[in-house]
Design a binder for this molecule. Structure first.
Ligand SMILES: C[S@@+](CC[C@H](N)C(=O)[O-])C[C@H]1O[C@@H](n2cnc3c(N)ncnc32)[C@H](O)[C@@H]1O
Ligand code: SF4
Ligand code: SF4
Length: 375
């Protein structure tokens, strides 16, 4: 990042200091490899279905493994409040995602409840419904919003495969920005830009638009998770042998072509990192050296010295139906279900211990391109 970006990141870190403190605590947690008595980060995979079909998405994209018969299966507000009550005793960070989380019928009540319990929360959304819920977000003082933007208007709408989406996201962001003046409160708004073959040539134009948009504070340029058949099959075999389960989620992220764009993406990142005109922080995730970016796509098993999964000691993902997993993007190994257990029971239970021991000895083949090792 250039000097302006670093200064602006520091300003944001001070303005949103509660979020900053949670990030520092997660980092220390991974560094000292500590297992906590309760997860530090609780993710709610709030709603399984989605109103978009982003081509690169492992859930609802071209290779996506999501199944329509699950859409009506979600936790009711009574159960969600009970889970928040349990969380409130331990004060973890809350991350709300999906599918599209804002489609949950009790989304507004859920965020209101968790904010009355003073939990720090981020909503990861495709932004289509931000306009409708702008007051709920502002009056409840949601801490942060991760909104997906994949390109400028035409490219974004082409990738998400629903015309008019970009316009809706922008209207939602603008409304939040305008109303924030009356509420005297604005959440931290980050755009998540997931790189894929359809937006490589467009990302710089998008970043220029973001620079001019007062609603957006910063961007995460996500290099993308992907896998290949050879790795996927090895993962399946290990999960079958060790845990006796059929683990097929990797298929949603299968991408055998991505290496073709490796050099192009490396050049793009080089240009973005050198460009002094960008003043808003742009974090590349995973945060690799520019010279390693091509290798990230060409050599799927290269770990760049990231040797541990931070998620196993720190995070859980509560699925739409109450199942609990560690691997949010690869939700094959279920460590418990909240319809019959508490979060703490699952966190301290046998199934997670087995998984932790296994991962701590040797990472899974799919871990090499998963957020668990890079955060
Ligand atoms: C799966 S979506 C769920 C939340 C919400 N529907 C959204 O799009 O923000 C979460 C994030 O994953 C990103 N994503 C989609 N496909 C991805 C991939 N193959 N690798 C990494 N991130 C991906 C999306 O761009 C989005 O920012
Ligand atoms: S909006 Fe999110 S969940 Fe829906 S298809 Fe796009 S990336 Fe996937
Ligand atoms: S790094 Fe591996 S073990 Fe950790 S969350 Fe990702 S897939 Fe799961």
């Amino acid at each position: 990042m250039n000097l302006n970006q670093n200064i602006n990141l520091l300003k944001l870190a001070i303005k949103y200091r509660k979020i900053t403190l949670t990030k520092i605590s997660h980092w220390l947690n991974k560094k000292f490899f500590k297992t906590n008595s309760f997860p530090k980060l609780v993710r709610f995979f709030l709603f399984y279905g989605c109103n978009l079909r982003c081509k690169m998405c492992g859930q609802w994209g071209q290779k996506g493994t999501s199944k329509s018969d699950q859409i009506k299966n979600f936790l009711n507000i009574k159960k969600l409040k009970q889970l928040i009550d349990e969380c409130a005793k331990y004060n973890p960070e809350i991350y709300i995602w999906g599918g599209e989380p804002i489609l949950h019928p009790d989304f507004a009540e859920f965020i209101k409840y968790l904010k009355t319990k003073k939990l720090i929360c981020t909503i990861n959304t495709n932004g289509v419904l931000l306009e409708k819920y702008s007051d709920d977000i502002l009056k409840n003082k949601v801490d942060s919003i991760d909104v997906s933007l994949i390109g400028t208007k035409e490219i974004h709408d082409f990738i998400v495969q629903v015309p008019g989406t970009f316009g809706k996201v922008m209207s939602g962001l603008n409304l939040i920005y305008e109303k924030s003046k009356n509420y005297k409160y604005k959440p931290l708004i980050k755009t998540i830009i997931t790189l894929n073959k359809n937006n490589i040539n467009n990302v710089e134009n998008l970043l220029q638009e973001i620079e001019k948009n007062p609603a957006i504070d910063m961007s995460i340029l996500q290099l993308g998770w992907f896998t290949n058949e050879e790795t996927g099959k090895r993962y399946e075999k290990r999960m079958q042998n060790e845990f006796n389960i059929s683990a097929t989620s990797w298929q949603g992220f299968q991408n055998e072509q991505i290496a073709q764009d490796a050099e192009k993406i490396q050049n793009l990142i080089k240009k973005i990192r050198k460009n002094k005109l960008y003043k808003k922080p742009i974090l590349i995730f995973p945060n690799l050296k520019t010279k390693n970016i091509a290798k990230y796509y060409q050599n799927h098993q290269e770990l760049f010295n990231y040797k541990k999964c931070g998620a196993v000691n720190r995070e859980i993902d509560i699925r739409h139906n109450g199942d609990v997993v560690i691997c949010a993007d690869y939700p094959d190994y279920i460590i418990g279900n909240l319809n019959s257990q508490t979060i703490k029971q699952i966190w301290q239970g046998k199934k997670l211990k087995l998984f932790r021991d296994s991962i701590n000895k040797k990472l899974l083949p799919i871990c090499s391109r998963c957020c668990g090792i890079f955060r």
